[in-house]
Write a protein that binds this ligand. Structure first.
Ligand code: HEM
Length: 346
């Protein structure tokens, strides 16, 4: 009993020290393109080198990076809160939220962080590294069509709560009104919701994320695609399937959607406007994807981006950039972590 009181006191003391030693208020600095040009020359090249190498081995990692940017920035702003592992003091960080199922690429980000720490110790935040990495992934996966400059100078936060992630992130079973509300809370318009959801042209999803789709009526999902998904998702298991049917195994597409085989790609995870064609054809995995067709303004934008891939590339870059500028809550403290998965203790 005495021992646990002592441990508790020590923990409180450590936490207080952490807060006192916080580098500065996260609101203090404006984000700036070239922020590290003097502080850590070449940091963007280091990130790009590691991202390119990882995507050469597996393009899906690029999808994971883009989703990570979304899930980090939507919850407490872009502060690396999604990277924090559970600990004695924080048993339920964001990573544990059901909405964060399938998040990946954490190892790659730690690898990049270690390389950056070698060059410039405790200078570059994990949150900035994530935005650089996701930007590079978007560029590589789109063959250079999606590109933008990243203003930097973010700090890594101290707070990471599963319940916040669960409350703030959208769910794949949500209807369009709820999605609009979720995005409006972060100051994103209906158009930006439609633009950003176009990221579902890449990557994979667990069957559990769209079980309800397997019994939706043909007015909401093309029956042949529903059969394909049913085949890929046997009862009692939870594998992952491709978000974009053109990335599926040729044989499976040939069996269930023979008219589609000419569109099957040898190179998967190409980031483009195909999501909008798939949505209009009702061959998308999530209810939340399909539901965009049920709202007049959203539907108009689905048509607009299906018709104009170049416009989508540009608008997607702008919307990712806007996501990457979501700030931490007012008054939050930040630091530069040494490793992305743990808070640095001073
Ligand atoms: C509109 C609301 C959205 C909902 C409901 C949603 C939901 C989901 C779900 C459930 C998954 C699959 C998780 C799994 O089962 O493993 C997923 C995957 C993905 N999402 Fe979203 N998402 C939304 C918006 C976005 C946005 C705004 C982006 C990025 C800008 C994004 C990028 C991705 C990517 C790239 C993947 C594939 C990740 C991978 O392969 O590792 N999503 N999304």
């Amino acid at each position: 009993m005495r021992l646990s009181a002592a441990v508790l006191c020590a923990l409180v003391a450590v936490q207080a020290a952490v807060l006192l030693a916080a580098v500065s208020s996260a609101q203090a600095g404006e984000l700036e393109v070239g922020y590290y040009s003097k502080k850590c020359r070449g940091v963007e090249n280091i990130v790009k080198w590691h991202v390119s190498r990882a995507l050469k081995a597996n393009r899906r990692t690029g999808a994971a990076l883009i989703r990570l940017l979304f899930h980090d920035c939507f919850v407490r702003g872009c502060d690396g809160s999604v990277f924090l592992d559970k600990s004695y003091e924080n048993p339920h960080p964001e990573k544990e939220a059901p909405a964060n199922i399938g998040l990946a690429a954490f190892d790659l980000l730690e690898e990049i962080k270690a390389a950056v720490e070698d060059r410039c110790p405790e200078v570059v935040s994990c949150s900035d590294i994530l935005i650089y990495a996701a930007r590079d992934a978007a560029s590589i996966l789109s063959n250079g069509h999606v590109h933008f400059e990243v203003p930097a100078g973010r700090l890594d936060g101290y707070v990471s709560k599963a319940e916040e992630a669960q409350a703030e992130l959208p769910d794949s079973t949500h209807d369009v009104e709820k999605l609009i509300e979720t995005f409006a809370k972060k100051n994103f318009t209906v158009e930006e919701l439609v633009i950003l959801t176009g990221a579902h042209s890449i990557g994979k999803t667990h069957c559990s994320s769209f079980r309800g789709r397997l019994s939706e009526p043909s007015s909401q999902i093309t029956p042949a695609y529903r059969d394909l998904l049913n085949y890929k998702c046997p009862q009692g298991s939870n594998p992952v399937v491709d978000n974009n049917v053109r990335d599926e195994d040729y044989d499976v597409v040939a069996k269930y959607m023979p008219g589609f085989t000419s569109r099957v790609r040898k190179i998967p995870d190409f980031l483009d406007n195909s999501f909008y064609h798939n949505t209009l054809a009702k061959i998308v995995t999530f209810h939340s994807d399909w539901t965009l067709l049920t709202h007049k303004e959203a539907l108009d934008h689905v048509h607009e981006y299906a018709d104009n891939g170049t416009l989508w590339d540009e608008d997607f870059a702008d919307s990712l950039l806007k996501l990457s500028k979501l700030p931490m809550p007012a008054g939050s403290k930040g630091q530069i972590r040494k490793k992305c998965n743990v808070i640095k203790l001073y």
